[in-house]
Design a binder for this molecule. Structure first.
Ligand SMILES: *Cc1c(COP(=O)(O)O)cnc(C)c1O
Length: 229
């Protein structure tokens, strides 16, 4: 727990300095801790340390952890297959990874049945990587057109993943493009102010480019022994 607390301190410090450099308010950048490599116990320690936003990339793992830790705000940040919607949505605070019109329609149908709104982000493949999920930048207009016709699905912004680079500065153009697309989205949907981008190796650049949600995993758990399995 001491090691986890130290890691968290150091990360918070780096978030604060990235905010200072870019003239941003640290309260506008939310830390989302990605718990996919750690046990439920370690995720529980994060909650004790005041981190309330936790994320998983696989629905099954989210079910396990969210059922054990229902007081956290759970984010799903990985691909959601339509046959897992029904079990996943009641557990989710925000779905970051909406990557197709078909998924949007299936989400809308499930939310309508439960009469529950669902905060979502549209995932954009801003780096144009062939093996990544997400809408191509030129397809965003189509997705926005579609999402405006939905009632229960609540689009709050965009999510993107930069390519894994040796030098995180190389991620800057991807993040800048995502921000530009988010700004365009917000002209149509004023509530769509969120921008989920930045991971352990590139979160400071993401903050400088306007991230409002950063998704951190490995950097929080360096030297923390309680790995999953
Ligand atoms: C695993 C994961 C993260 C966290 O990555 P780290 O490099 O461990 O910080 C962020 N976003 C997504 C979508 C992930 O799958």
């Amino acid at each position: 727990m001491d090691r986890l607390r130290d890691n968290l301190h150091r990360v918070r410090d780096r978030i604060e300095r990235a905010c200072q450099r870019s003239g941003r308010n640290p309260t506008d950048v939310r830390l989302v801790a990605v718990t996919k490599t750690v046990s439920i116990d370690t995720a529980a320690e994060l909650l004790d340390l005041g981190v309330t936003d936790l994320a998983e990339s696989r629905p099954q793992e989210l079910w396990n952890k969210a059922e054990a830790l229902p007081h956290a705000s759970w984010h799903l940040i990985g691909h959601l297959q339509r046959n897992k919607i029904e079990r996943t949505l009641p557990l989710v605070h925000m779905l970051h990874s909406v990557d197709s019109l078909r998924l949007l329609d299936a989400l809308e149908a499930d939310c309508a049945r439960r009469q529950c709104r669902l905060p979502i982000l549209l995932e954009i493949n801003a780096g144009r990587e062939p093996n990544k999920h997400g809408f191509a930048p030129e397809d965003l207009a189509l997705a926005l057109d579609h999402v405006q016709r939905l009632h229960w699905v609540e689009p709050l912004g965009l999510m993107t993943m930069a390519a894994l680079e040796e030098d995180p500065l190389l991620c800057r153009p991807t993040f800048a493009l995502a921000r530009e697309l988010r700004d365009r989205m917000r002209q149509i949907l004023p509530q769509a102010g969120e921008l989920s981008m930045g991971m352990s190796n590139d979160f400071e650049i993401a903050i400088e480019e306007g991230a409002t949600l950063i998704r951190l995993g490995s950097i929080l758990f360096e030297g923390v022994s309680a790995l999953r399995h």
